[in-house]
Design a protein around this ligand. Sequence first.
Ligand code: UDP
Ligand code: MN
Length: 518
Amino acid sequence: MPPPADPGAPGEEGKEVELRPGTPEETEAYELGLKQHSFNEWASSKISVHRSLLDLRHELCIEKKYYRPLPQTSVIIIFYNEAWSTLLRTVHSVLERTPSELLREVILVDDCSDFDHLQAPLDEYVSHLPEVRVIRSPTRQGLIRARLLGVKHARGEVLAFLDSHCECMEGWLEPLLERIALNHTTVPWPVIDMIRWDNFAYLFHGVKGTLMVGGVDLVDLKFDWHIVRQIELNKRKSIIDPIKSPTMPGGVFAIDKKYFEHLGAYDDGMEIWGGENIEISFRIWQCGGTIELVPCAHVGHVFRVTSPYHASVDKWTRNNKRMAEVWMDDYKSVVYRRHPEYLKIDAGDLTSRKILRKALHCRDFSWYLQNVYSNVYVPDLRPVAHGQIQNKENHRCLDATSDPKEPPRLVDCHGHGGSQYWELTRAGEVRLGVEGKLCLQTAVIKKVPSTDIITKTCAHRFANDQPSKQERWVLQNSTVLYHPMTDRCLEETESGLVVAPCEDVNRQRWLLQNLDLS
Ligand code: UDP
Ligand code: MN
């Protein structure tokens, strides 16, 4: 049992810490904490490791009775140089807000941290908590293999993974376990509430607000959040029913242990941080499982602005390449086209992961895109052209300015992509750059069509969208960009880019890179 809460203590009920460092010693401690953890560890250290949270769950969640028996769970918390306060608050929130009959054990996996407080003092502390064990990795493994090490020691039927700076809310686990008990191939994750990195306020995300499921940018392979569309929400019988999610953020989820192992656990060739959540998401869906966001389950997580692993971007890229090579089929070419740096990376041996995909009879990535992640823009596998667009008269290149409100212009070609990278899609759009979210088009000023050229968010954002008339171009004679809506052609003039009556002149001729007219 937690000690009785002092409602006046800092941060109780999930409130923000109002204290500010006053003395020079406090300021020093504050700055050191920020440097080491990228969050306000000083404020966190003022909060009880047993702090209370207001139970703000929907009344239907509070009242809900669970299908019994629910499976027993091993909670796996991996950490690398975590702060004492955040780590132990994670542990106590599990111990104090999980029914004991559902908690088999809490496994702490130390990924070879160097902080002193995580050595003997942690062992001493944990020796008073019978449900908790510490497992130490003799070398730094990164989060993927650290979790695998935890799994090796787990004895519960279900695994629940948590980051080392979380706070579980009342009733966080039962709704997840119910989904697994009903179908062992369901992989549920909770609403991840934000614990602010600067003042440790717990910001509860209610079911009546916008629910966010996981997505991924198919060009950058970064996880992103998607607001669940109303039509999806309306399909549910109840406001607290689970929602299918194309991916998950990865820090917090539960999975049947046997199913996790059957599915191939994690790719143990991945290093340090990142990409593993997208890999397991694609794998779950493509190999017959389901990922669900469970609105009644809530876990807070300290979101930081900067990652302490910024030195590991190359590891993240390599992890992504391993993922793309095994799961994305031809769609990996979209990533490589926009990020040529991927081609230079040695992703290592992928034989066993490819065998796994075969053995599990997993579906193609195109199936995933059509059936699971259909509300996303999928770049062309083979655009008509991609790269720079150079004017034949002055040999300068079409360049988007960094300010999207400014019209694009012609500048000297630099050959480094970025603001000079365009794709002419099969649908006739000229899409800008790595994100591919802006389209070259004629402006509409106060509802009146203009001949000026701008870049603006493309009309085609989701699977079945069509480009707008302003955005459509037809490539003629491999060099002219004809604009059917205005019956004009893209031209460079003294006052900038416009569409002008088509003429047989070099000002209207363009050299497009990587033309593929097949
Ligand atoms: N972690 C680890 N070894 C590493 C990197 C990270 O054990 O080499 C742990 C880290 O302590 C945390 C989890 O992996 O519990 C996820 O990392 P982090 O919270 O930094 O990622 P974020 O939530 O910022 O994406
Ligand atoms: Mn985290």
